[in-house]
Ligand binder design. Sequence first.
Ligand code: KG4
Ligand code: ZN
Length: 358
Amino acid sequence: MIILGIETSCDDTAAALIEEKNSKILILKNIIYSQSEIHKKYGGIVPEVAAREHVETIIPVIKEATEDFFKKEKRTNKNHKIDAIAVTSGPGLATSLHVGVETAKSLSLAWEIPIIGVNHIEGHIYSVLLPYSKLKNSAKNNKIKFPAIALIVSGGHTELIMIKKEGHYSLLGRTRDDAAGEAFDKSAKMLGLSYPGGPIISKLAEKGNPYAFKIPRPMIERKDFELSFSGMKNAIRLLIQKSSNLQKENTSLKEGAVKDMCASIEQAIVDVLVSKSIRAVSKYKPKTFIVAGGVSANKKLRKSLENRIPRSAEFLYPKTEYCMDNAAMIAVAALKRAKNKNFDKPEKISANSNWELV
Ligand code: KG4
Ligand code: ZN
């Protein structure tokens, strides 16, 4: 079974070719054209710019993902075709989604290959099935055992999802305002750092004191699974202002203080996410606990979850390169549907920017 994945929900143009062989998933090609250098100038994603970039790069990216496969197919005369095209059809930026969806539909009609519309969040969940996504000591084949709980943490989403059985999702709780990735990105902006802020803050945090600044952990005491990051953001803004004034520079923090601030921000965000995750696992006792999405690349978050999530749940997370948006996760999320020949009609798929998984 060979699936071509296409992902353009935000600011990455991505295409991947995956193969399932003897119950193993192989990544034949995983191409990602990141626009972050372009959006850096604006300190965040500009939807109109993102869509235009997708239009220009989608065909070269798909070509790169498929050309070796097609060459080999011709050479060996095996007639070993792509079995399905999986495309992110929501949620995300409407104008960005359209580019991937319409391209996938055209290819589906022209190549006569069936198409499957995939939810982006479901893609992140299934990213743990891509190679090397398991802990050293976990079972040999990556497998999500149900019931499972997934913590999805990205630039646009922060939610705890219960997966009772395959394809049955319900929401335990989500952020009421900013996403965790957004909290990293906006904090970085306030500190005069570049975009995306998460990896930059995390790097600087390595040499800082995580308790140097007192940053609130909103809603951490609440017994439910709701989260909030906007209060934290405001507190960070005030702390940065106060510390800059104290340094009598009035402009920016000194290097040491920036590192301490980054470490304190990271610690506060991680504390909230870990505390809510432990609460969810303790209450619902799932067989698997998953963390996925861009912020799951954060080492401190992974380590804390690894150390503190009750052992009754197997802990799965994606290999770092599959944490951020990619098309391999979209292809793997479509695998089961492809096997069951549960395809969509090309004329029925459209970009749905608000597609709720739950
Ligand atoms: O999943 P993703 O690529 O895109 C969305 O679907 O939003 O996630 C991007 C987010 C950004 O906010 C970025 O700052 C954050 O993931 N991120 C990180 C790290 N790497 C990426 N946040 C914290 N620590 C990291 N190492
Ligand atoms: Zn994402």
